[in-house]
Design a protein around this ligand. Structure first.
Ligand code: M6R
Length: 608
């Protein structure tokens, strides 16, 4: 969490800092702050609790003119959101300034020692220790001071330092949290946590690896490791364009990203279809697959829900056992993993701390590792042995939408690829499924073509305190994702249940007027689902069903039915999730919530 920006060059730094922070606000919005070197002893600092707009408001008629600066947008971990806890932080004398994304795990011990040695702290943050440590370790050599501080701190960080004594230099360091350097054309360079911040300025970047230190000047960028040895890095050219990271006429990024799903799914499918399913980046053999006796899918949040669907795909099409695990649980429970295990990690950002740690642990235990991610060059992409990419383009809204559908389609194709290798299903069945998967982008467009009824349901039921989602089999997996979408952006209490579980407890919560969203698309368990729908209807719940076109009899047992185009029951989650995303979106609008920036959340979760 947290977004970092830095500028050094010939222009007014504040313009890039504010623009870059605007693009990074998805990473956290508890407070924001900037420090700009205006020459001589004059370092301009401004901070404001709350959204970036509060900082902009404070700066309105007082924009600093300096050409070197750093900025930060915060997702609070240590210390509540406040002006004082906002970054940048500085030492006792205001000579050094630092912005930080991550957690300094040993900060308490360091802080106590620094206080004993006379340092005065003004914030409750872990970051402030770094500024005081620099002060103590500085004896004229800025780079050496940073290296000495890095040797003392433990935890995860991307850090950016500025010093009054070195107005021509910014120093960046990375461990576990992302940081990139944007190479400017006209004697200027940029530093940021993520590509959207710099993409309108340059597409040529350096991606820092763990342990890298970058010494950035306006016309020079040097890299060293923590021992001070120079390192050479390759330029990474970003292929996204700036427009892809903008709202493009939609009121919110979430709505734009929901509507981008046909294209995102098409772009994810096309590199891997060549008569059959191909993954050149894997190039697995039948032997490779034969030697795998267990598969884990490990992820968090929406990506975990995509993993649950992936389990169905692989188990059904490849007939191999798959376990799905939450990354934050997996890494701490001594998972049974060895060289015959394939661990698939799923992560849109490729930076989620828990997922990254689970991946590292799996590698340590000898597993084969495969990352399904949306971000080339992300920490997870670089750590995994194999990588396959969802081509969703940048996803900015905190609530994940197109990342989920592209993860689903990619895992479906992965399962087909494995099925081809292992001959686990007949060729004719593979061909039938490929034919159907090609139709999915157009079917998503069709699903998106009439949002009015969904808007109306959101307006009618958007003020309920509780909403339940039910379904069986893959419908249950999608129900989990639908409930997550609703709770995270509209703050309505939403729970998803396997429909068959209702009678084991949850049915007690179903009373007159409670909305129940019932997914009823899985043909193999359809009759059972229908019985569960009748059970909630008998308790006077309001049932909104999601069903495949042609299932006309369902309206006899429910209050409303939302139809999606028909396809194979394995592929239908790609369609049923769309009305659930829209329902959550319009419910949040009805309730006046900030859709793209829900409270307490951030897009990229780079802390444990
Ligand atoms: O970037 P990742 O896919 O690893 O993120 C994992 C979760 O934090 C993420 O899916 C989260 O649950 C979504 N924002 C929910 O919409």
């Amino acid at each position: 969490m947290c977004g970092i920006v830095g500028y050094i060059g010939g222009k007014r730094a504040i313009d890039f800092l504010l623009d870059g922070l605007t693009k990074l606000e998805y990473r956290g919005y508890d407070s924001a702050g900037v420090a700009v070197n205006c020459g001589g002893d004059n370092i301009f600092v401004e901070k404001a609790v709350g959204r970036l707009d509060s900082l902009k408001q404070k700066l309105k008629n007082n924009l600093p003119a300096g050409n070197v600066g750093i900025g930060h947008t915060r997702w609070a971990t240590h210390g509540r959101p406040s002006d004082l806890n906002a970054h940048p932080h500085s030492d006792c004398n205001g000579n050094f300034f630092v912005v930080h994304n991550g957690i300094i795990e040993n900060y308490l011990t360091l802080k106590q020692d620094l206080i004993k040695r006379g340092h005065k702290f003004i914030s409750e943050t872990d970051t402030e220790v770094v500024a005081h440590l620099i002060e103590e370790n500085y004896h004229g050599d800025f780079v050496l001071a940073v290296r000495n501080v890095l040797a003392k701190i433990e935890g995860s960080y991307s850090l950016l330092f500025m010093s009054k004594f070195h107005p021509d230099t910014l120093i960046a360091a990375k461990q576990d949290n992302p940081l990139i350097i944007g190479i400017g054309k006209d004697g200027e360079n940029f530093i940021a946590s993520d590509i959207p911040a710099i993409i309108s300025y340059t597409r040529n970047t350096y991606i820092l690896n763990d342990g890298d230190i970058a010494v950035v000047q306006k016309d020079k960028i040097q890299f060293i490791n923590r021992q001070g040895t120079p390192i050479t890095k390759k330029i990474f050219h970003v292929s996204w364009n700036a427009e892809a990271a903008e709202k493009g006429g939609y009121e919110h990024f979430m709505l734009k990203e929901i509507h981008e799903q046909p294209k995102a799914v098409r772009n994810t499918i096309s590199p891997h279809l060549n008569g059959k399913v191909t993954f050149n980046e894997l190039n697995w053999s039948a032997d490779f697959l034969n030697n795998i006796n267990k598969i884990y899918i490990v992820a968090c949040g929406t990506a975990y829900h995509a993993g649950l669907v992936g389990k169905f795909y692989i188990e059904k099409l490849v007939r191999k056992l798959v376990e799905v695990d939450l990354a934050s649980e997996f890494r701490y429970r001594a998972p049974i993993v060895d060289e015959n295990t394939l661990v698939i990690v799923v992560s849109q950002s490729g930076e989620t701390s828990d997922t990254l740690a689970a991946l590292k642990e799996s590698k340590r235990l000898g597993a084969k590792t495969l990352a399904v991610t949306n971000v080339v060059g992300s920490s997870i992409a670089r750590e995994a042995e194999f990588v396959i990419l969802t081509n969703a383009g940048p996803e900015i809204a905190v609530a994940s939408t197109k990342a989920y559908t592209t993860q689903l389609i990619l895992m479906f194709m992965l399962a087909l690829y494995m099925a081809q290798l292992s001959n686990s299903i007949p060729q004719a069945e593979i061909e039938r499924l490929i034919k159907l998967l090609k139709k999915i982008p157009a079917q998503i467009s069709e699903t998106l073509s009439d949002v009015e009824p969904i808007k109306t349901f959101a307006q009618i039921y958007g003020f309920n305190d509780d909403v339940f989602y039910i379904g069986r089999s893959l419908d249950y997996c999608v129900a989990l994702e639908g409930a997550l979408k609703l709770k995270e952006i509209s703050y309505i209490h939403a729970e998803a249940y396997a429909a068959g579980e209702l009678k084991h407890g949850t049915l007690a919560l179903i009373v007159e007027g409670v909305p129940v969203i019932a997914l009823a698309t899985q043909k193999s368990v359809y009759d059972k689902t229908l019985s569960n729908i009748k059970e909630v209807k008998a308790r006077d719940a309001v049932v909104i069903a999601i069903a495949a076109q042609g299932n006309d009899q369902l309206s006899n047992y429910t209050d409303h039915v939302i139809f999606v185009p028909d396809t194979d029951e394995l592929l239908i989650p790609l369609l049923t999730v769309v009305p659930l995303q829209l329902l959550a979106y319009y419910a949040a609008i009805t309730r006046g919530c900030d859709v793209d920036k829900p409270r307490n959340l951030a897009k990229s979760v780079t802390v444990e």
